[in-house]
Design a protein around this ligand. Structure first.
Ligand SMILES: Nc1ncnc2c1ncn2[C@@H]1O[C@H](COP(=O)(O)OP(=O)(O)OP(=O)(O)O)[C@@H](O)[C@H]1O
Length: 482
Protein backbone atom coordinates (compact mmCIF):
# COMPACT_ATOMS: atom_id res chain seq x y z
CA UNK A 1 0.00 0.00 0.00
CA UNK A 2 2.87 2.31 0.91
CA UNK A 3 4.38 1.61 -2.49
CA UNK A 4 1.15 2.46 -4.36
CA UNK A 5 0.80 5.68 -2.39
CA UNK A 6 4.36 6.62 -3.31
CA UNK A 7 3.61 5.90 -6.93
CA UNK A 8 0.54 8.11 -6.81
CA UNK A 9 2.63 10.81 -5.25
CA UNK A 10 5.24 10.39 -7.97
CA UNK A 11 2.94 10.49 -10.97
CA UNK A 12 1.28 13.70 -9.84
CA UNK A 13 4.17 15.80 -11.20
CA UNK A 14 3.91 14.44 -14.76
CA UNK A 15 0.13 14.49 -14.48
CA UNK A 16 0.17 18.17 -13.65
CA UNK A 17 2.62 18.84 -16.47
CA UNK A 18 0.29 16.99 -18.84
CA UNK A 19 -3.06 18.51 -17.95
CA UNK A 20 -1.96 21.97 -16.79
CA UNK A 21 -1.86 23.51 -13.37
CA UNK A 22 -5.41 24.84 -13.28
CA UNK A 23 -7.01 21.53 -14.16
CA UNK A 24 -4.66 19.77 -11.77
CA UNK A 25 -5.49 22.09 -8.90
CA UNK A 26 -9.21 21.89 -9.56
CA UNK A 27 -9.59 18.15 -10.21
CA UNK A 28 -6.58 16.14 -9.16
CA UNK A 29 -5.25 17.86 -6.02
CA UNK A 30 -8.55 17.30 -4.13
CA UNK A 31 -8.46 13.54 -4.82
CA UNK A 32 -7.58 11.45 -1.77
CA UNK A 33 -5.68 8.40 -2.92
CA UNK A 34 -6.82 5.32 -0.99
CA UNK A 35 -5.48 2.19 -2.62
CA UNK A 36 -4.63 0.42 -5.86
CA UNK A 37 -5.58 -3.24 -5.70
CA UNK A 38 -6.75 -5.81 -8.21
CA UNK A 39 -6.46 -3.33 -11.05
CA UNK A 40 -8.62 -0.69 -9.36
CA UNK A 41 -7.30 2.64 -8.11
CA UNK A 42 -9.56 3.94 -5.35
CA UNK A 43 -9.93 7.64 -4.49
CA UNK A 44 -11.96 9.73 -2.08
CA UNK A 45 -13.76 12.61 -3.81
CA UNK A 46 -15.98 15.44 -2.53
CA UNK A 47 -19.01 14.56 -4.68
CA UNK A 48 -20.29 11.98 -7.10
CA UNK A 49 -20.19 14.58 -9.81
CA UNK A 50 -16.54 15.19 -9.07
CA UNK A 51 -15.72 11.50 -9.41
CA UNK A 52 -17.65 11.25 -12.67
CA UNK A 53 -15.76 14.19 -14.05
CA UNK A 54 -12.37 12.74 -13.16
CA UNK A 55 -13.42 9.40 -14.60
CA UNK A 56 -14.55 10.98 -17.87
CA UNK A 57 -11.66 13.32 -18.33
CA UNK A 58 -8.61 11.90 -16.62
CA UNK A 59 -9.08 8.14 -16.32
CA UNK A 60 -6.88 7.21 -19.25
CA UNK A 61 -3.96 9.33 -18.23
CA UNK A 62 -4.13 8.25 -14.56
CA UNK A 63 -4.39 4.59 -15.53
CA UNK A 64 -1.54 4.96 -18.04
CA UNK A 65 0.80 6.72 -15.63
CA UNK A 66 0.16 4.37 -12.73
CA UNK A 67 0.60 1.33 -14.92
CA UNK A 68 3.83 2.67 -16.39
CA UNK A 69 5.12 3.19 -12.84
CA UNK A 70 4.60 -0.48 -12.02
CA UNK A 71 1.15 -0.34 -10.41
CA UNK A 72 -1.07 -1.86 -13.08
CA UNK A 73 -4.63 -0.52 -12.91
CA UNK A 74 -7.33 -0.41 -15.53
CA UNK A 75 -10.16 1.18 -13.60
CA UNK A 76 -10.79 4.04 -11.16
CA UNK A 77 -13.25 3.93 -8.35
CA UNK A 78 -14.50 6.67 -6.05
CA UNK A 79 -16.04 7.06 -2.64
CA UNK A 80 -17.44 10.29 -1.30
CA UNK A 81 -15.48 12.17 1.34
CA UNK A 82 -18.41 14.50 1.94
CA UNK A 83 -18.01 16.66 4.99
CA UNK A 84 -15.30 14.47 6.41
CA UNK A 85 -12.04 16.36 6.30
CA UNK A 86 -9.57 15.11 3.77
CA UNK A 87 -6.55 13.40 5.23
CA UNK A 88 -3.48 15.58 5.41
CA UNK A 89 -0.42 14.75 3.43
CA UNK A 90 1.96 12.44 5.22
CA UNK A 91 5.36 13.97 5.85
CA UNK A 92 7.06 11.07 4.13
CA UNK A 93 5.11 11.84 0.98
CA UNK A 94 5.30 15.54 1.23
CA UNK A 95 4.82 16.04 -2.49
CA UNK A 96 1.33 16.45 -1.15
CA UNK A 97 -0.81 14.68 -3.64
CA UNK A 98 -3.36 13.35 -1.31
CA UNK A 99 -1.82 10.05 -0.40
CA UNK A 100 -3.36 8.71 2.80
CA UNK A 101 -1.94 9.86 6.09
CA UNK A 102 -1.43 7.71 9.12
CA UNK A 103 -3.15 10.13 11.53
CA UNK A 104 -5.91 12.14 9.90
CA UNK A 105 -6.20 15.58 11.50
CA UNK A 106 -8.88 18.15 11.04
CA UNK A 107 -8.02 21.09 8.87
CA UNK A 108 -10.00 24.30 8.78
CA UNK A 109 -9.07 24.97 5.16
CA UNK A 110 -11.49 23.39 2.76
CA UNK A 111 -10.03 21.68 -0.23
CA UNK A 112 -13.01 21.19 -2.44
CA UNK A 113 -12.72 22.03 -6.08
CA UNK A 114 -13.72 25.56 -6.97
CA UNK A 115 -16.87 26.42 -8.81
CA UNK A 116 -18.68 23.24 -7.96
CA UNK A 117 -21.77 23.08 -5.88
CA UNK A 118 -22.78 19.93 -4.12
CA UNK A 119 -26.19 18.83 -5.30
CA UNK A 120 -28.43 17.80 -2.41
CA UNK A 121 -28.68 14.20 -3.55
CA UNK A 122 -24.91 14.04 -3.71
CA UNK A 123 -24.35 15.17 -0.18
CA UNK A 124 -22.45 12.67 1.88
CA UNK A 125 -24.12 11.03 4.85
CA UNK A 126 -23.15 12.66 8.13
CA UNK A 127 -20.22 10.93 9.79
CA UNK A 128 -21.10 8.57 12.58
CA UNK A 129 -21.54 10.30 15.94
CA UNK A 130 -21.02 13.61 14.19
CA UNK A 131 -20.58 16.74 16.21
CA UNK A 132 -22.41 19.84 14.99
CA UNK A 133 -20.94 20.38 11.51
CA UNK A 134 -18.88 23.49 11.03
CA UNK A 135 -20.14 25.76 8.26
CA UNK A 136 -18.37 24.83 5.10
CA UNK A 137 -15.68 27.29 4.04
CA UNK A 138 -15.88 27.77 0.31
CA UNK A 139 -12.13 27.81 -0.27
CA UNK A 140 -10.02 26.80 -3.24
CA UNK A 141 -7.71 23.83 -2.83
CA UNK A 142 -4.30 24.43 -1.31
CA UNK A 143 -1.27 22.86 -2.90
CA UNK A 144 0.95 21.47 -0.15
CA UNK A 145 4.03 21.87 -2.36
CA UNK A 146 3.58 25.63 -2.25
CA UNK A 147 5.09 26.03 1.18
CA UNK A 148 7.78 28.30 2.60
CA UNK A 149 10.40 25.53 2.53
CA UNK A 150 10.06 25.27 -1.23
CA UNK A 151 10.10 28.99 -1.82
CA UNK A 152 13.48 30.28 -2.89
CA UNK A 153 14.24 33.78 -1.67
CA UNK A 154 16.34 36.32 -3.54
CA UNK A 155 16.58 40.07 -3.85
CA UNK A 156 13.49 40.44 -6.11
CA UNK A 157 11.12 38.70 -3.70
CA UNK A 158 12.70 39.14 -0.28
CA UNK A 159 10.29 41.79 0.95
CA UNK A 160 7.27 39.82 -0.25
CA UNK A 161 8.63 36.72 1.43
CA UNK A 162 9.37 38.54 4.72
CA UNK A 163 5.88 40.09 4.79
CA UNK A 164 4.28 36.73 4.01
CA UNK A 165 6.25 35.09 6.79
CA UNK A 166 5.19 37.76 9.24
CA UNK A 167 1.53 37.26 8.41
CA UNK A 168 1.88 33.48 8.67
CA UNK A 169 3.36 33.81 12.15
CA UNK A 170 0.06 35.28 13.36
CA UNK A 171 0.22 37.60 16.32
CA UNK A 172 -0.93 41.21 16.21
CA UNK A 173 -1.96 42.28 12.74
CA UNK A 174 0.61 44.82 11.72
CA UNK A 175 -0.39 45.55 8.17
CA UNK A 176 -3.81 44.95 6.83
CA UNK A 177 -4.21 44.01 4.08
CA UNK A 178 -1.01 42.55 2.83
CA UNK A 179 -1.22 43.26 -0.89
CA UNK A 180 1.17 41.25 -3.08
CA UNK A 181 1.43 42.14 -6.71
CA UNK A 182 3.64 41.29 -9.65
CA UNK A 183 3.77 39.81 -13.14
CA UNK A 184 2.76 36.36 -14.26
CA UNK A 185 4.34 33.32 -12.63
CA UNK A 186 6.52 35.12 -10.10
CA UNK A 187 5.37 33.25 -7.02
CA UNK A 188 2.40 35.21 -5.64
CA UNK A 189 0.11 32.21 -5.47
CA UNK A 190 2.92 30.14 -4.02
CA UNK A 191 3.35 32.67 -1.21
CA UNK A 192 -0.40 32.85 -0.58
CA UNK A 193 -0.61 29.07 -0.21
CA UNK A 194 2.48 29.10 2.00
CA UNK A 195 0.86 31.64 4.32
CA UNK A 196 -2.34 29.60 4.54
CA UNK A 197 -0.52 26.32 5.14
CA UNK A 198 1.80 27.75 7.76
CA UNK A 199 -0.94 29.64 9.58
CA UNK A 200 -3.11 26.57 9.58
CA UNK A 201 -0.24 24.46 10.91
CA UNK A 202 0.41 26.87 13.76
CA UNK A 203 -3.18 27.65 14.62
CA UNK A 204 -5.21 24.57 13.82
CA UNK A 205 -8.29 25.99 15.51
CA UNK A 206 -8.42 29.11 13.35
CA UNK A 207 -10.17 29.48 10.06
CA UNK A 208 -8.12 30.38 7.04
CA UNK A 209 -9.98 30.93 3.82
CA UNK A 210 -8.01 31.07 0.59
CA UNK A 211 -9.74 31.48 -2.72
CA UNK A 212 -9.39 33.15 -6.09
CA UNK A 213 -11.33 36.34 -6.76
CA UNK A 214 -13.14 34.44 -9.48
CA UNK A 215 -14.23 31.86 -6.96
CA UNK A 216 -15.33 34.62 -4.58
CA UNK A 217 -17.53 36.00 -7.35
CA UNK A 218 -18.89 32.58 -8.15
CA UNK A 219 -19.86 32.01 -4.53
CA UNK A 220 -21.43 35.42 -4.29
CA UNK A 221 -23.45 34.99 -7.47
CA UNK A 222 -24.56 31.59 -6.25
CA UNK A 223 -25.73 33.09 -2.96
CA UNK A 224 -27.73 35.68 -4.89
CA UNK A 225 -29.26 32.99 -7.02
CA UNK A 226 -30.31 30.93 -4.05
CA UNK A 227 -31.28 34.01 -2.02
CA UNK A 228 -28.79 33.05 0.59
CA UNK A 229 -26.62 36.13 0.88
CA UNK A 230 -26.95 36.11 4.65
CA UNK A 231 -25.06 32.88 5.06
CA UNK A 232 -22.57 34.02 2.44
CA UNK A 233 -21.86 37.07 4.59
CA UNK A 234 -21.74 35.02 7.77
CA UNK A 235 -19.27 32.56 6.36
CA UNK A 236 -16.95 35.13 4.88
CA UNK A 237 -17.02 37.33 7.93
CA UNK A 238 -16.36 34.52 10.36
CA UNK A 239 -12.88 33.67 9.14
CA UNK A 240 -9.64 34.60 10.88
CA UNK A 241 -7.64 35.07 7.72
CA UNK A 242 -9.11 35.82 4.31
CA UNK A 243 -6.87 35.43 1.29
CA UNK A 244 -8.06 36.44 -2.16
CA UNK A 245 -5.88 35.67 -5.18
CA UNK A 246 -5.93 37.63 -8.46
CA UNK A 247 -8.19 40.37 -7.14
CA UNK A 248 -7.96 42.28 -10.44
CA UNK A 249 -10.58 39.82 -11.63
CA UNK A 250 -13.36 41.58 -9.73
CA UNK A 251 -12.60 45.01 -11.17
CA UNK A 252 -15.59 46.34 -13.04
CA UNK A 253 -17.86 43.63 -11.57
CA UNK A 254 -20.27 45.93 -9.74
CA UNK A 255 -22.02 44.00 -7.01
CA UNK A 256 -19.15 41.57 -6.48
CA UNK A 257 -16.82 44.52 -5.89
CA UNK A 258 -19.35 45.98 -3.50
CA UNK A 259 -19.63 42.74 -1.54
CA UNK A 260 -15.89 42.30 -1.49
CA UNK A 261 -15.54 45.81 -0.12
CA UNK A 262 -18.00 45.12 2.73
CA UNK A 263 -16.41 41.78 3.56
CA UNK A 264 -13.01 43.38 3.56
CA UNK A 265 -14.12 46.22 5.84
CA UNK A 266 -15.87 43.89 8.25
CA UNK A 267 -12.76 41.75 8.65
CA UNK A 268 -10.36 44.64 8.98
CA UNK A 269 -12.59 46.18 11.64
CA UNK A 270 -12.45 42.93 13.58
CA UNK A 271 -8.67 43.02 13.18
CA UNK A 272 -8.73 39.87 11.10
CA UNK A 273 -5.94 39.53 8.59
CA UNK A 274 -6.63 39.98 4.89
CA UNK A 275 -4.13 39.00 2.19
CA UNK A 276 -4.67 39.96 -1.42
CA UNK A 277 -2.76 39.31 -4.61
CA UNK A 278 -3.04 40.89 -8.03
CA UNK A 279 -1.10 41.22 -11.23
CA UNK A 280 -0.62 44.95 -10.69
CA UNK A 281 -0.61 47.58 -7.97
CA UNK A 282 -3.99 48.75 -6.57
CA UNK A 283 -3.58 52.12 -8.27
CA UNK A 284 -3.29 50.43 -11.66
CA UNK A 285 -6.30 48.17 -11.55
CA UNK A 286 -8.78 49.71 -13.97
CA UNK A 287 -12.44 49.60 -13.12
CA UNK A 288 -11.86 49.35 -9.38
CA UNK A 289 -13.89 51.76 -7.33
CA UNK A 290 -11.80 54.48 -5.73
CA UNK A 291 -12.85 53.59 -2.20
CA UNK A 292 -11.77 49.96 -2.74
CA UNK A 293 -8.52 51.08 -4.28
CA UNK A 294 -7.76 53.30 -1.33
CA UNK A 295 -8.68 50.55 1.16
CA UNK A 296 -6.34 48.16 -0.60
CA UNK A 297 -3.55 50.67 -0.18
CA UNK A 298 -4.11 50.94 3.57
CA UNK A 299 -1.84 48.09 4.49
CA UNK A 300 1.43 46.95 3.04
CA UNK A 301 1.66 46.88 -0.75
CA UNK A 302 4.57 44.75 -1.91
CA UNK A 303 5.86 44.30 -5.42
CA UNK A 304 7.12 40.83 -6.34
CA UNK A 305 9.77 41.86 -8.85
CA UNK A 306 10.79 39.88 -11.91
CA UNK A 307 13.48 37.33 -11.10
CA UNK A 308 17.16 38.03 -11.55
CA UNK A 309 19.77 35.50 -12.68
CA UNK A 310 20.78 34.46 -9.14
CA UNK A 311 17.22 33.82 -8.08
CA UNK A 312 16.49 31.79 -11.21
CA UNK A 313 19.60 29.75 -10.55
CA UNK A 314 18.48 29.10 -6.96
CA UNK A 315 14.98 28.12 -8.05
CA UNK A 316 16.28 25.75 -10.72
CA UNK A 317 18.67 24.11 -8.27
CA UNK A 318 15.90 23.60 -5.77
CA UNK A 319 13.50 22.20 -8.39
CA UNK A 320 16.21 19.94 -9.78
CA UNK A 321 16.69 18.44 -6.31
CA UNK A 322 13.01 17.57 -6.21
CA UNK A 323 13.28 15.90 -9.61
CA UNK A 324 16.35 13.95 -8.51
CA UNK A 325 14.44 12.66 -5.51
CA UNK A 326 11.89 11.14 -7.88
CA UNK A 327 14.33 10.16 -10.66
CA UNK A 328 17.70 9.45 -9.01
CA UNK A 329 19.10 7.82 -12.16
CA UNK A 330 18.90 10.92 -14.30
CA UNK A 331 22.16 12.76 -14.85
CA UNK A 332 22.46 16.47 -15.39
CA UNK A 333 25.48 17.86 -17.24
CA UNK A 334 27.16 20.92 -15.82
CA UNK A 335 26.19 24.19 -17.41
CA UNK A 336 22.57 23.20 -18.11
CA UNK A 337 21.10 24.95 -15.08
CA UNK A 338 23.13 28.08 -15.78
CA UNK A 339 22.07 28.03 -19.42
CA UNK A 340 18.38 27.80 -18.51
CA UNK A 341 18.66 30.53 -15.87
CA UNK A 342 20.32 32.75 -18.42
CA UNK A 343 17.99 32.09 -21.33
CA UNK A 344 14.55 31.74 -19.75
CA UNK A 345 13.94 34.88 -17.80
CA UNK A 346 10.26 35.56 -18.39
CA UNK A 347 8.60 33.71 -15.54
CA UNK A 348 9.24 30.95 -13.07
CA UNK A 349 6.40 28.78 -14.31
CA UNK A 350 8.03 28.50 -17.72
CA UNK A 351 11.40 27.85 -16.13
CA UNK A 352 9.92 25.11 -14.00
CA UNK A 353 8.07 23.62 -16.98
CA UNK A 354 11.32 23.51 -18.95
CA UNK A 355 13.06 21.51 -16.23
CA UNK A 356 10.10 19.15 -15.87
CA UNK A 357 10.17 18.49 -19.60
CA UNK A 358 13.89 17.76 -19.54
CA UNK A 359 13.55 15.28 -16.69
CA UNK A 360 10.54 13.63 -18.31
CA UNK A 361 12.42 13.37 -21.60
CA UNK A 362 15.58 12.06 -19.93
CA UNK A 363 13.52 9.46 -18.07
CA UNK A 364 11.85 8.30 -21.27
CA UNK A 365 14.90 8.05 -23.51
CA UNK A 366 17.41 7.15 -20.80
CA UNK A 367 19.84 9.92 -21.72
CA UNK A 368 21.81 12.42 -19.68
CA UNK A 369 20.44 15.97 -19.72
CA UNK A 370 22.97 18.08 -21.60
CA UNK A 371 22.90 21.19 -23.73
CA UNK A 372 22.10 19.19 -26.88
CA UNK A 373 19.04 17.78 -25.21
CA UNK A 374 18.06 21.26 -24.06
CA UNK A 375 18.17 22.54 -27.64
CA UNK A 376 16.28 19.54 -28.92
CA UNK A 377 13.64 19.41 -26.24
CA UNK A 378 13.10 23.09 -25.51
CA UNK A 379 13.42 24.64 -28.96
CA UNK A 380 9.98 26.30 -28.74
CA UNK A 381 10.53 27.66 -25.22
CA UNK A 382 13.94 29.05 -26.13
CA UNK A 383 12.57 30.67 -29.28
CA UNK A 384 9.79 32.32 -27.29
CA UNK A 385 12.29 33.58 -24.71
CA UNK A 386 14.51 34.97 -27.43
CA UNK A 387 11.70 37.17 -28.60
CA UNK A 388 11.53 39.05 -25.32
CA UNK A 389 11.82 42.75 -25.95
CA UNK A 390 11.91 45.49 -23.34
CA UNK A 391 10.27 48.91 -23.47
CA UNK A 392 13.69 50.52 -23.09
CA UNK A 393 14.93 48.78 -26.22
CA UNK A 394 11.85 49.87 -28.11
CA UNK A 395 12.31 53.49 -27.06
CA UNK A 396 15.98 53.36 -28.01
CA UNK A 397 15.36 51.80 -31.42
CA UNK A 398 12.49 54.09 -32.32
CA UNK A 399 14.46 57.18 -31.27
CA UNK A 400 17.41 55.98 -33.35
CA UNK A 401 15.23 55.23 -36.35
CA UNK A 402 13.62 58.66 -36.37
CA UNK A 403 16.79 60.46 -35.43
CA UNK A 404 15.40 61.74 -32.15
CA UNK A 405 16.73 61.84 -28.63
CA UNK A 406 15.27 59.39 -26.11
CA UNK A 407 14.25 62.37 -24.00
CA UNK A 408 12.21 63.71 -26.93
CA UNK A 409 10.12 60.54 -26.92
CA UNK A 410 9.55 60.80 -23.21
CA UNK A 411 8.92 64.54 -23.20
CA UNK A 412 5.64 66.42 -23.34
CA UNK A 413 6.39 67.78 -26.84
CA UNK A 414 3.43 67.49 -29.17
CA UNK A 415 5.00 68.34 -32.50
CA UNK A 416 4.03 65.64 -34.98
CA UNK A 417 7.69 64.81 -35.71
CA UNK A 418 7.97 63.66 -32.11
CA UNK A 419 4.41 62.63 -31.27
CA UNK A 420 4.08 60.14 -34.14
CA UNK A 421 7.27 58.19 -33.35
CA UNK A 422 6.20 58.20 -29.70
CA UNK A 423 2.85 56.67 -30.69
CA UNK A 424 4.65 54.09 -32.81
CA UNK A 425 6.87 53.21 -29.86
CA UNK A 426 3.81 52.80 -27.62
CA UNK A 427 2.20 50.62 -30.26
CA UNK A 428 5.30 48.41 -30.42
CA UNK A 429 5.47 48.29 -26.63
CA UNK A 430 1.93 46.96 -26.55
CA UNK A 431 2.45 44.38 -29.26
CA UNK A 432 5.92 43.14 -28.32
CA UNK A 433 5.80 43.15 -24.53
CA UNK A 434 3.31 41.95 -21.97
CA UNK A 435 3.23 45.29 -20.16
CA UNK A 436 -0.12 46.76 -19.18
CA UNK A 437 -1.40 50.05 -20.62
CA UNK A 438 -0.78 51.98 -17.37
CA UNK A 439 2.74 50.59 -17.19
CA UNK A 440 3.44 51.61 -20.80
CA UNK A 441 2.04 55.07 -20.10
CA UNK A 442 4.27 55.41 -17.08
CA UNK A 443 7.37 54.41 -19.02
CA UNK A 444 6.63 57.04 -21.63
CA UNK A 445 7.14 60.02 -19.37
CA UNK A 446 4.38 59.27 -16.85
CA UNK A 447 1.47 59.41 -19.26
CA UNK A 448 -2.02 58.22 -18.51
CA UNK A 449 -3.19 54.89 -19.95
CA UNK A 450 -5.87 56.71 -22.00
CA UNK A 451 -3.06 58.40 -23.92
CA UNK A 452 -1.69 54.97 -24.73
CA UNK A 453 -5.10 53.80 -25.91
CA UNK A 454 -5.35 56.84 -28.15
CA UNK A 455 -1.88 56.12 -29.59
CA UNK A 456 -2.76 52.48 -30.31
CA UNK A 457 -5.95 53.47 -32.12
CA UNK A 458 -4.21 56.15 -34.12
CA UNK A 459 -1.42 53.87 -35.29
CA UNK A 460 -3.81 51.04 -36.07
CA UNK A 461 -5.77 53.48 -38.24
CA UNK A 462 -2.73 54.93 -39.97
CA UNK A 463 -1.29 51.51 -40.78
CA UNK A 464 -4.29 50.93 -43.07
CA UNK A 465 -3.77 54.12 -45.05
CA UNK A 466 -0.09 55.03 -44.79
CA UNK A 467 2.08 52.33 -46.32
CA UNK A 468 5.31 54.15 -45.43
CA UNK A 469 4.39 54.12 -41.77
CA UNK A 470 3.30 50.48 -41.95
CA UNK A 471 6.68 49.57 -43.44
CA UNK A 472 8.52 51.52 -40.76
CA UNK A 473 6.68 49.60 -38.08
CA UNK A 474 7.39 46.28 -39.73
CA UNK A 475 11.06 47.13 -40.03
CA UNK A 476 11.29 48.19 -36.39
CA UNK A 477 9.48 45.07 -35.29
CA UNK A 478 11.89 42.85 -37.19
CA UNK A 479 14.91 44.67 -35.80
CA UNK A 480 13.61 44.40 -32.27
CA UNK A 481 12.76 40.73 -32.58
CA UNK A 482 16.02 39.82 -34.29
N1 LIG B 1 10.74 31.99 -5.46
C1 LIG B 1 10.23 30.83 -5.86
N2 LIG B 1 10.68 29.68 -5.36
C2 LIG B 1 10.19 28.50 -5.78
N3 LIG B 1 9.21 28.37 -6.70
C3 LIG B 1 8.73 29.48 -7.23
C4 LIG B 1 9.20 30.78 -6.85
N4 LIG B 1 8.53 31.71 -7.56
C5 LIG B 1 7.67 31.03 -8.33
N5 LIG B 1 7.78 29.70 -8.14
C6 LIG B 1 7.03 28.64 -8.82
O1 LIG B 1 6.60 29.13 -10.07
C7 LIG B 1 5.30 28.69 -10.38
C8 LIG B 1 4.41 29.88 -10.64
O2 LIG B 1 4.24 30.60 -9.42
P1 LIG B 1 2.82 31.20 -8.96
O3 LIG B 1 1.72 30.36 -9.48
O4 LIG B 1 2.88 31.42 -7.51
O5 LIG B 1 2.86 32.55 -9.77
P2 LIG B 1 1.88 33.81 -9.68
O6 LIG B 1 2.75 34.96 -9.38
O7 LIG B 1 0.74 33.54 -8.78
O8 LIG B 1 1.42 33.91 -11.19
P3 LIG B 1 -0.06 34.08 -11.81
O9 LIG B 1 -0.42 35.48 -11.59
O10 LIG B 1 0.16 33.73 -13.24
O11 LIG B 1 -0.94 33.10 -11.12
C9 LIG B 1 4.83 27.86 -9.20
O12 LIG B 1 5.01 26.51 -9.50
C10 LIG B 1 5.75 28.28 -8.07
O13 LIG B 1 5.99 27.24 -7.17
Amino acid sequence: MEQEATVWSRICGPLEAAIGRDAFTAWIAPLRFRSAENGVAQFGVPTTFFGNWVERNYRDIIVGLMTSEGVPVDRLSFDIIGNARPAPVPAALSNGYGAPAPQPQPTPVQRHAPALSRAPEQAAPPPAAAAAPEPELPGSPLDPRYNFDNFVVGKPNELAHAAARRVAEGGPVSFNPLFLYGGVGLGKTHLMHAIALEYQRQFPGKKVLYLSAEHFMYKFVQSLRFKDTLSFKQIFRSVDVLMVDDVQFISGKGSTQEEFFHTFNALVEQRKQVVISADRAPGEIDGLEDRIRSRLQWGLVVDVHPTDYELRLGILQSKAETHFAAQPDVQLASGVIEFLAHRISSNVRILEGALTRLFAFAGLVGRRIDLDMVQECLADTLRASDRKVTIDEIIRKVAEHYNLKINDLLSARRARSVARPRQIAMFLAKSLTSKSLPEIGRRFGGRDHTTVIHALRKIEELRQTDSGLAEDIELLRRMLEA
